[in-house]
Design a protein. Structure first.
Length: 304
């Protein structure tokens, strides 16, 4: 059995990332002819070109497009292995810059940090909170937490835990407005809506027997932070689709109730995303592992 040419695949991944043989050579500390020979060797081995090269630009062929994501993962894993082995005898140290959604960051992320800080006193953390999607690479972030279904991108991602979305309202609201029996009934109810919801103005549900159903609901309050809907929810001013991590305590004490049992909005997840094509320093990996371990045990975390 012939071993794969891992070095050439790693060089190809960096060429695809940087778009230049010269930049790749400088990045990897090798010569430009070494880069060119590696790509030529790889193309000969697989029997098809990976790159279109002209005097002015370089683009991926169809074969290159099909291979680039896996090649990038090979490079990242190789870098990560070397970094982990090099750092295994050294306590993680240095600075980690992290972004997270506002409400989740305050209520569920920040309480996890003191234990990490006590275990790794030489690691400093900069936490940037906000519900807008940050540019991880442009903003100089080592990682970011994202809640929802991830768009296709070049970012590296790791799922930390599942999150149920629940349709909830206060008992006083149901006493006044009645309980919806089917998603279509929501068209006559009052909605409290999250501005950054991926589904826009439509609320989507799935039932094991009745299938999928989408409905629009009149919005009487719209906010770009889901926690800002909680006071109106508790005051009986409408219904909202809320992640369970925001309302699990209110549900437990009966201040809120789940509407439409059996009709489930699509589940989402908490992910950590990282810049592509980079090895993860020990301090970043240690923080990711800490968050994964703690969040998977949260009382609201959905089982995977």
């Amino acid at each position: 059995m012939q071993l794969p040419d891992l070095e050439a695949w790693a060089i190809f991944a960096r060429v695809a990332e940087l778009g230049s043989f010269a930049a790749t050579a400088e990045s990897l500390g090798i010569t430009q002819p070494t880069v060119s020979k590696a790509i030529a060797r790889l193309e000969k081995r697989i029997g098809t070109p990976l790159l279109h090269r002209t005097s002015r630009r370089m683009t991926l062929t169809a074969a290159g497009q099909a291979a680039v994501d896996r090649a990038a993962r090979l490079l990242a894993e190789g870098e990560a292995v070397e970094a982990a082995v090099t750092a295994q005898a050294v306590s993680p140290r240095g600075h980690v810059r992290m972004a997270a959604p506002m409400s989740f960051g305050v209520a569920h992320l920040a309480p996890l940090l003191p234990a990490f800080m006590a275990r790794f006193p030489d690691v400093t953390i900069e936490l940037v909170l906000g519900d807008e999607t940050v540019d991880i690479v442009g903003g100089g972030f080592d990682l970011a937490l994202r809640i929802g279904n991830l768009d296709d991108s070049s970012l590296l991602a790791r799922r930390l835990c599942g999150v149920r979305i629940l349709l909830v309202g206060a008992p006083a609201y149901f006493e006044r407005a009645g309980r919806p029996k089917h998603p279509r009934d929501l068209a006559t109810h009052r909605g409290l809506t999250y501005a950054y919801a991926r589904s826009g103005t439509a609320w989507r549900f799935h039932h094991a027997r009745h299938g999928d159903y989408s409905v629009g609901i009149p919005s009487v309050l719209r906010a770009n932070n889901a926690e800002a809907l909680t006071p109106a929810l508790l005051a009986g001013q409408g219904l909202a689709l809320q992640p369970e991590f925001l309302v699990w305590r209110e549900l437990k004490r009966g201040a809120l109730e789940v509407a439409l049992p059996g009709w489930q909005p699509p589940e989402i997840a908490v992910h950590v995303v990282m810049p592509p094509g980079r090895s993860r320093p020990a301090r970043v990996q240690a923080l990711i592992d800490h968050l994964a371990r703690r969040l998977s045990q949260a009382p609201w975390a959905a089982a995977d």
